[in-house]
Design a protein around this ligand. Structure first.
Ligand code: GLC
Length: 739
């Protein structure tokens, strides 16, 4: 409808109906009274609230969506449809690798296309808004939600944020798009000690320089919603932080979309200690310009009294309600309350062969080859017996913690994929060991049968181990499929020991004693500490939680059908004690190298190197490549101008491969300290055997800007260092001056 018509509708609304639009409830609150009364009472709300509520949380399925919408509209005075919102984070029925893996493709265009497919699948099944993309910058692998982030670099995360929003939203056409919701605003990835829901505290400079850019990129790409994070920002919880949400997000960035809280975050303002009760919590959130209260009774029960006693100006509620009505109008809900949801179309969409093909290609590109001693990979498909051993050998738990709507049965296991490639006499597999010794660390989720992973009693474990040793002894190569339990990462998955789980390490050590080559395939949702197992492995392939096509993608890389091209977007620590760990760190006044001070009295540990085991940007291929020195078109960059930096790269092998050529810059002397390097560009470069290509990057003044001593965002004249290479460690460099 036209905005004029919308305003006419708005003019008819009562205060209760306007407040209703600000309430989001879970599906249990809707439908037959005998089922909905419990969930309603739990929230302290009544059926009257449900009858005016504005949106529904995590209900999907075209039939269910239609059923709830029809029932709701039959009771609605003004026939304002519900919005159905859900966590469709990195796939719907077809699931891609986790976002931390997607980042390792260094291929935002591919991810945009994948997320468009996801929007087609999910919107056909009734999803109108997705609570995605999460683009929280991460620097601490103890945090379980590293899983959901593209990585540790602000600029690269911004490229993905843009691509993901564009993929979900496209041209907002019904049936093939969803409104996207950038999250978690803001800086949730900086929780102290990597502990879930913990305090975040940093300077405004750090916040703006590193933690905000990706959210801004999502806003600039037109995302329709933003979700407040659970954490504090400068001592004020994001959900009550007017500076963050109103002054910065809405006024400075020009965001005119809908702000929704994270799960029950308004109520949590009491626990945070900024609200004495839900009345004050509601007032703070509304004054901060939060539009939707997810899954509490705060707005439902407190806003009307706050307006009626004059504490809150009704204009705040009017503005919030109008933003939500305009979102509904943009979604076309007044013309089609189901937005095209159709069960048959949804089922047919999922079966489209291009979807499975996209999941396979993306999984292939997301995997990172971390080690390949003596080029043991790719493995020969004939002439040798291969043993596949480990709890992930035949597991479908490879879609990660946040693929709650996935069709798990469609996941391709590694065993199934290898059996297609290898003759029966050349292949054997077994579980070998449980995922964990003890499931109690998983809390109540660990007792859900589908969530158990691979578990066994002591007698079985002994049998499994002997079976694995026998199989390995009778084989030429051992492929280990090992990793974290699926529930050891994701929300609530913070951990202080991020090495491989104990039973898996014990088995690996025993297998290593047999003297057979070992190829480790890793299934995990965060960077792991691999220092203790790396010596046992001839090759290590980081597969992450690779999604629906995971097993097939791993097999394709193992046997050389496809060459690995993934590159890390997070640093892999040598020890958990190094965390937080990130490549774009400051030099300090006493760097470990070149400070002139005695070794002890420099910035270092006594018991561990400073460097990561595998650096940001790192990834091997099956080919090899040589990089020339960096050449510059000029050593002087004039303000507003650009210069070109070039390197020539040669594939020095007989195998085709793809390089990810990375451009880093450094400002060694500025009005504030600047990182030793920052990623400013990259190029995926396929190279035929023996092929030579020159890659040229434009360097502009825009790339040199930062928040200066006076917090102005600008470049400062002086010397700059250009670094180019296949990762953040192995770079060629040159210098230029900005006039
Ligand atoms: C969860 C998560 C958030 C998710 C929301 C709704 O607690 O923090 O990412 O979108 O609740 O499920």
């Amino acid at each position: 409808m036209t905005d004029e018509k919308l305003l006419e509708l708005f003019a008819q609304m009562t205060l209760e109906e306007k407040i209703g639009q600000l309430i989001q409830l879970d599906g249990g609150c809707y439908g037959a009274e005998e089922l909905s009364t419990g969930p309603q009472q739990k929230l302290g709300i009544t059926q009257d609230t449900v009858d005016v509520s504005g949106s529904v949380l995590n209900v999907l399925g075209a039939e269910k969506v239609r059923e709830i919408q029809n029932h709701y509209l039959s009771r609605s005075r003004l026939k304002i449809p519900l919005i159905f919102m859900a966590d469709v984070i990195y796939g719907y029925k077809t699931v891609y690798p986790i976002p931390l893996a997607l980042g390792c493709t260094w291929d935002p265009d591919l991810i945009r296309a994948d997320y468009h497919i996801t929007a087609q699948e999910a919107s056909a099944d009734g999803c109108m808004v997705t609570f995605s993309p999460p683009v929280d910058l991460i620097r601490d692998a103890r945090w379980g939600r590293c899983l959901e982030s593209p990585g540790e670099d602000p600029w690269l995360n911004s490229q993905y944020a843009k691509a993901m929003v564009e993929g979900f939203q496209g041209n907002m056409a019904p049936g093939e798009s969803m409104a996207s919701c950038v999250k978690h605003f803001a800086a949730y990835g900086a929780v102290e000690a990597g502990r879930e829901y913990n305090t975040v505290d940093m300077s405004e400079r750090q916040l703006r320089q590193n933690y905000l850019p990706a959210y801004k990129a999502a806003v600039d790409a037109g995302c329709k919603l933003a979700m407040t994070s659970f954490n504090t920002v400068d001592g004020i919880p994001a959900t009550a932080n007017r500076w963050l949400l109103h002054d910065l997000l809405r006024k400075e960035w020009g965001f005119d979309g809908v702000i929704i809280t994270d799960y029950a975050a308004i109520q949590e303002l009491i626990a945070h200690g900024v609200a004495a009760d839900s009345r004050q919590a509601s007032q703070l959130a509304m004054e901060a310009s939060v539009d939707i209260d997810m899954k509490t009774g705060c707005y439902a029960n407190q806003l009307a009294p706050l307006v009626q006693d004059g504490t809150l100006d009704q204009s705040l509620i009017d503005q919030a309600c109008l933003r939500i009505l305009r979102l509904k109008n943009e979604l076309g809900l007044f013309e089609d309350p189901y937005r095209g949801a159709d069960a048959a179309r949804a089922a047919a969409c999922v079966e489209d062969a291009s979807h499975a093909a996209a999941a396979l290609r993306t999984a292939q590109e997301a995997m990172v080859l971390l080690k390949n001693k003596n080029n043991i990979l790719p493995l020969a498909k004939t002439g040798q017996k291969i043993a596949l051993i480990g709890p992930y050998s035949d597991s479908k738990d490879i879609i990660g913690m946040w693929a709650v709507h996935a069709d798990r049965a469609r996941a391709v296991t590694l065993r199934a994929a290898m059996e297609i490639i290898l003759a029966a006499e050349n292949f054997g597999w077994c579980v070998g060991c449980p995922t964990l010794d003890d499931l109690s660390c998983l809390g109540e989720f660990g007792n859900i049968p589908a969530m158990k992973g691979v578990s066994a009693d002591d007698k079985t474990v002994a049998q499994w181990e002997q079976e694995a040793l026998d199989l390995a002894q009778a084989s030429d190569v051992v492929v280990l499929a090992m990793g974290e339990h699926m529930l050891q990462s994701g929300e609530g998955g913070s951990r202080t020991d991020i090495t491989l789980p104990a039973p898996q390490k014990r088995l690996m050590e025993k297998l290593h004693q047999l003297g057979k080559p070992i190829v480790l395939i890793l299934f995990n949702g965060r960077p792991l500490v691999l220092s203790d197992v790396e010596p046992y492995c001839d090759a290590i392939l980081e597969a992450w939680f690779p999604g629906t096509a995971g097993g097939a993608a791993i097999a394709d890389l193992l046997f050389g059908n496809v060459a690995p091209s993934g590159h890390l977007t997070t640093s892999f620590p040598q020890a958990v004690g190094q965390l937080p760990l990130y490549y774009n760190h400051f030099n300090t006044g006493r760097p470990a190298e070149g400070s002139g001070h005695h070794g002890r009295f420099t910035s270092r540990y006594m018991d561990c190197p400073n460097e990561p085991l595998y650096p940001f940007g790192f990834g091997l291929g099956y080919h090899s490549a040589a990089y020339s020195a960096v050449t510059l078109s000029s050593h002087t960059l004039s303000a507003g101008g650009s210069i070109q930096a070039s390197v020539t790269i040669k594939n020095t092998s007989s195998i085709p491969g793809t390089e990810v050529v990375q451009l880093y810059l450094r400002d060694p002397a500025a009005s504030v300290v600047r990182p030793v390097k920052e990623l400013k560009g990259f190029r995926r470069l396929p190279l035929k055997p023996g092929e030579t290509q020159t890659v040229t990057f434009d360097i502009t003044e825009e790339m040199l800007k930062f928040y200066t001593r006076t917090m102005e965002y600008k470049a400062e004249p002086g010397t700059f260092i250009v670094m180019i290479g296949p990762n953040s460690r192995d770079v060629q460099q040159a210098e230029f001056t900005l006039e």
